[in-house]
Write a protein that binds this ligand. Structure first.
Ligand code: NAD
Length: 247
């Protein structure tokens, strides 16, 4: 039986590791052509080699620069059915009186501007075809103040805004835009603790953390929203967190 993504072209960022890799893998195994984007060429090579029979187009690119966005759009072509914006980075758990410009700017460049620039690049083609599905990656940090430092928390709240505004604007044109809000997932993401206050406060909140899950569990939620299974869902921030958001 054909999978949910048979005949479809889907761009997946962060495809070299963690949630992005699990999502790219699932889309490919369900028959999709995956434009697999990551800043790390070795991670992409390893991913592509793990699925030799799948339709995977690896694109080593940085989503924060224009040449990176252009390379992704070139590889994907005119007919893009879906975009999963999954690449993202953590901050260093600093509260606002300790955050550096460097941390703030890089976190916003990847998590917010990278997501925005790829959405902006694919939406015109989706408007022309009258259909498309976009899934962004927010976080529990888009729902609460206790999951990270100020830069990451603010960046994921911005991802929620990108998602809801675009869902509202393009819903009538056949484009759905949703976001997933993952709880703790075992991946390669790095969280350092550069602040004593940040460490103390976030570790306090971690007392109510659910057990971390594997990236496949997020791929299940993301592909649900991305595929036609999500047909009537637009503009949601779907917690995929084993119930953390209910606390
Ligand atoms: P990960 O580090 O395992 O994977 C992220 C991938 O994105 C890496 O392979 C990295 O090379 C790539 N990447 C980073 N910057 C890039 C750039 N500028 N251009 C292109 N690729 C880039 O992390 P993950 O945990 O799988 O994270 C995926 C998403 O999930 C992120 O948006 C993260 O904020 C979000 N998230 C993760 C968790 C968690 O517990 N792991 C929780 C909530 C949200």
């Amino acid at each position: 039986t054909p999978g949910r993504f048979a005949g479809k072209t889907i761009i997946v960022t962060g495809a070299g590791s963690g949630i992005g890799r699990a999502t790219a893998s699932r889309i490919a195994r369900e028959g999709g052509r995956v434009i697999a984007v990551d800043i790390s060429q070795p991670r992409l090579d390893e991913f592509a080699a793990s699925l030799p029979d799948a339709d995977i187009v690896p694109v080593a690119a940085d989503i924060t620069d224009y040449s990176g966005i252009a390379a992704i759009v070139d590889a994907a072509g005119q007919a893009v059915d879906g975009l999963a914006n999954i690449a993202g980075i953590m901050d260093d758990m600093t509260p606002i009186h300790e955050v550096t410009d460097q941390v703030w700017q890089r976190v916003f460049a990847v998590n917010v501007e990278g997501t925005m620039k790829l959405m902006r690049a694919v939406v015109p083609g989706m408007l022309a075809r009258g259909r498309g599905s976009i899934v962004n990656t927010a976080s529990e940090a888009a729902l609460r103040g206790s999951a990270a430092g100020v830069a990451y928390t603010a960046s994921k709240h911005a991802v929620a805004g990108l998602t809801k505004s675009s869902a509202f604007m393009y819903g009538p044109s056949g484009i759905r835009v949703n976001a997933v809000a993952p709880g703790p997932v075992i991946t390669n993401i790095e969280a350092k603790f550069a602040s004593e206050l940040g460490a103390q406060r976030v570790q306090h909140a971690m007392a109510i953390l659910p057990t971390p899950v594997m990236p496949d569990q997020l791929a299940a939620s993301i592909t649900f929203l991305l595929s036609d299974d999500g047909v009537n869902i637009n503009g949601v921030l779907l917690p995929s967190d084993g119930g953390w958001s209910a606390i």
